[in-house]
Ligand binder design. Sequence first.
Ligand code: ATP
Ligand code: MG
Length: 244
Amino acid sequence: MTEIQPEIEIRNLHKAFGERKILQGVSVCVSRGSTLAVMGGSGTGKSVLLKHMVGLMAPDSGEVWVQGKRVDQLDRSSLNALRLRIGYLFQGGALFDSMTVEENLDFVLRRHSTRSHSERTEQIQEAIAWVNLPHAAAQYPAELSGGQKKRIALARAIILRPDILLCDEPTTGLDPVSVRTVSNLIMRLKAERGITTVAITHDLLCAEIIADQATFLYRGKALAEGTLDELRTGAHPQLREFFG
Ligand SMILES: Nc1ncnc2c1ncn2[C@@H]1O[C@H](COP(=O)(O)OP(=O)(O)OP(=O)(O)O)[C@@H](O)[C@H]1O
Ligand SMILES: [Mg+2]
């Protein structure tokens, strides 16, 4: 019998900054086309964990596997090639304020593809239509609402049609209507494009919409793993406090 390879697998990851041990043996497994929600209190290492998945941070020990490749041991050119398969939605959205929406998206296309100007324009139009902001091309990030900014950041994260989407707090600070909109977009990426997603979120509404599985980080370890309902009804005091 052939074993199905997970799209992302982290084995026994340890990471410290100086004396401060942040991750102390975290393991995570995400199968292709599924969505994992990573939850836990502030400062528990959720963003640090996500950064390891694209080689933005290297582990002190442990293994990081993505699409069958050992990320923490890849040479620069293989890592760059793998990164093209991964869209990353940063915690703050990270749009360039001095560029319009179109320029923000074009920046990625020009850097990572050899497409012509007209092909790029078409692709940008398609991406902003997909997040339902077809008229935002000429606007600057400062002219957009928080929810609109997140949608543009999402459009930028997926414009190269990645296999994997990593989202760091995709809905934090948004009103409930925008939370739903952004979460539904993330869910549609899975349904329509089979994208594998890891999303850090404290937002229960978002987690409810997108998560197939969830993991809860506490004191450097995955304290609990399972479906959101399993975590929610878990007996551990930390879970009870978090899910209230
Ligand atoms: N590059 C770094 N150098 C030193 N310390 C760092 C670095 N990156 C993160 N840390 C520390 O690691 C800890 C975990 O950070 P991380 O950003 O992963 O937290 P988080 O779980 O994402 O929290 P939040 O929910 O607030 O975003 C924090 O104490 C942070 O200060
Ligand atoms: Mg974080």
